[in-house]
Design a protein around this ligand. Structure first.
Ligand code: ATP
Ligand code: MG
Length: 509
């Protein structure tokens, strides 16, 4: 007998429908899987066989052929355990197959028949809803994640026997309910607070501007001045994710398998801090079935590269294109997929190998040549893309010994939120711009018009610092954010002046 069960396969952060056809017929007992399965799908045969037996079902001692369609798409992972099991049960008439076509199944099956969570359930649920499938059967641990998608009934099952019962007695089961928006609204940020930071008013201001406009930022300063400490406080002043943004972030984290056994929507903006030994593929994504890398996991949030000069230069070069485009494309012989990578880059570094160049107390022991080599690691094109280059100097003795007096994160976050709302109002018609850093040239022409005094100032800076056209555009975007923080519709000369003075490294060189 023949049964057909629906399942799905991931392609990047999207999914396509996969048909699992199971034929049980006479012949020598055995089981074959065809249709470009990978090793994990091949192993599924053994798992399913044991699971069916241990769950109390008969495993047909006949010839079983399993065909995964479309045949030209590579199928990956243990996601097909459940649809294959259901297919065998239906083809051997152990469950009611009448409603089989209404559901899409996915999940890994343990040897005892219990269902284990799999990666990528949210994008699959979204694709299933688009394709007009009415029901989705997933492992219970994935149910909340899938239920984020409205307009499709999600059933979370703990065991194979529960899935069989759902097919036999559908009236006994109610779909999982979840209100994703409510989840987001109740999410509370629990992290480090700016009130712990002593002094460093200049760096705190830069942090606020970076949060308000999504601008890339680097802290340069001697050891122990608070660079890492400051950067780790950025998530606490970022505006909350919108529902659409949370959906995007959750899809990426779902595909990367980072949501297992957890709730539904990712509610905090991501903060990723890969170690400096990170490889290119772990940073930008890769693998034979492409998986998102750190830059995509940081989508709509922060990618923090601490000790930037310790990263391998060729690894940093990979960042150039995504920083410009907001996405990364990974090409493989069989498929090419794009992952979103709209992130804010935050980095920290010492100013030289010994760490004390420009320090007020300790003398730098590096030769000029050494310093040059050190900076050469950070290519010009990368630094060109960092809008806020901020010197973080050592604290004064009286700052160190006293209690911190700076503002808490709460009011800073409120100002950031207000500035972003101003930006959003301005780009109501153009939802591609979520923050000022995402403005394109046509937006700059319209919203960053300069008075004569500002223009003269900027031209002087271009001449003196040797700024590129890109660096100049980036200065205008920062100036726009500074004006938004001040609630000013027009760009004033002092906004532009403040934006220019954040090109510290350009000045140093
Ligand atoms: N501005 C500051 N306010 C309060 N504490 C500080 C400050 N700067 C440094 N500290 C203290 O020193 C510790 C080390 O600071 P941090 O790691 O941020 O330094 P860093 O600038 O990143 O140094 P390195 O260049 O060695 O990485 C902090 O955890 C904190 O306890
Ligand atoms: Mg540090």
């Amino acid at each position: 007998m023949l049964a057909r069960v629906w399942s799905a396969s991931l392609v990047g952060i999207d999914a396509v429908k996969v048909g699992v056809e199971v034929d049980v017929s006479g012949g020598l007992p055995g089981i074959v899987v065809v249709g470009l399965p990978d090793a994990a799908v091949q192993e599924s045969k053994e798992r399913v066989k044991a699971a069916l037996k241990n769950a109390g079902y008969a495993f047909p001692m006949r010839r079983i052929v399993i065909n995964l369609t479309p045949a030209d798409l590579r199928k990956e992972g243990p996601i097909f355990d459940l649809p294959i099991s259901v297919g065998i049960l239906a083809a051997s008439e152990q469950v009611n197959a009448e409603l089989l076509g209404d559901y899409l199944f996915l999940g890994e099956v343990s040897l005892d028949g219990s269902l284990r969570p799999v990666a990528g359930v949210l994008p699959i649920a979204a694709a299933a809803q688009r394709l007009g499938i009415t029901g989705l059967v997933v492992p219970a641990a994935n149910a909340q994640e899938a239920a984020v998608v409205q307009g499709i009934s999600v059933y979370g099952c703990k065991h194979l026997a529960e899935v069989a019962d759902l097919l036999n007695n559908p009236e006994r089961y109610v779909p999982v309910k979840l209100d994703g928006l409510k989840e987001l609204a109740t999410a509370q940020f629990a992290g480090h607070d700016l009130k712990d930071v002593k002094g460093q008013a200049h760096a705190r201001r830069a942090l606020e501007i970076a949060a308000a406009g999504g601008h890339n930022l680097i802290f340069v300063g001697p050891p122990g001045s608070g660079k890492t400490m400051l950067a780790r406080r950025l998530p606490g002043i970022l505006p909350p994710l919108s529902f659409q943004e949370a959906l995007e972030v959750t899809q990426i984290h779902s595909v990367a398998g980072l949501l297992k056994n957890r709730g539904s929507l990712v509610s905090d903006r991501p903060f990723r801090s890969p170690h400096h030994s990170a490889s290119g593929p772990s940073l930008v994504g890769g693998g034979s079935f492409p998986r998102p890398g750190e830059i995509s996991l940081a989508h709509r949030g922060i990618l923090f590269l601490d000790e930037l000069t310790e990263f391998k230069r060729d690894v940093l070069e990979f960042l150039r294109q995504p920083l410009e485009d907001g996405y990364v494309t990974i090409s493989r012989t069989r498929q090419s997929v794009s992952f979103p990578a709209q992130f804010t880059l935050v980095a920290s570094t010492n100013p030289c190998p010994c760490g004390y160049f420009g320090d007020s107390i300790q003398a730098c022991t590096c030769s000029p040549r050494h310093r040059e080599q050190y900076w050469a690691k950070l290519s010009g094109p990368l630094m060109d893309r960092i809008d806020l280059q901020v010197a973080v100097n050592r604290l004064k003795p009286e700052e160190i010994t006293r209690q911190p007096t700076g503002e808490e994160s709460g009011p800073v976050r409120d100002r950031v939120k207000a500035a972003r709302e101003r930006t959003r109002d301005r780009f109501k018609e153009d939802p591609t711009v979520g923050c000022n850093a995402e403005m394109q040239s046509q937006h700059l022409r319209r919203w960053c018009q300069l008075e004569d005094a500002s223009r003269n100032l900027l031209e002087g800076a271009i001449r003196k610092l040797g700024l590129s056209a890109r660096a100049t555009d980036r200065i205008l975007k920062v100036a726009r954010t500074i004006a938004d923080l001040a609630g000013d519709e027009n760009l004033q000369t002092h906004h532009v002046a403040e934006a220019i003075q954040y090109r510290t490294i350009d000045r140093m060189q």
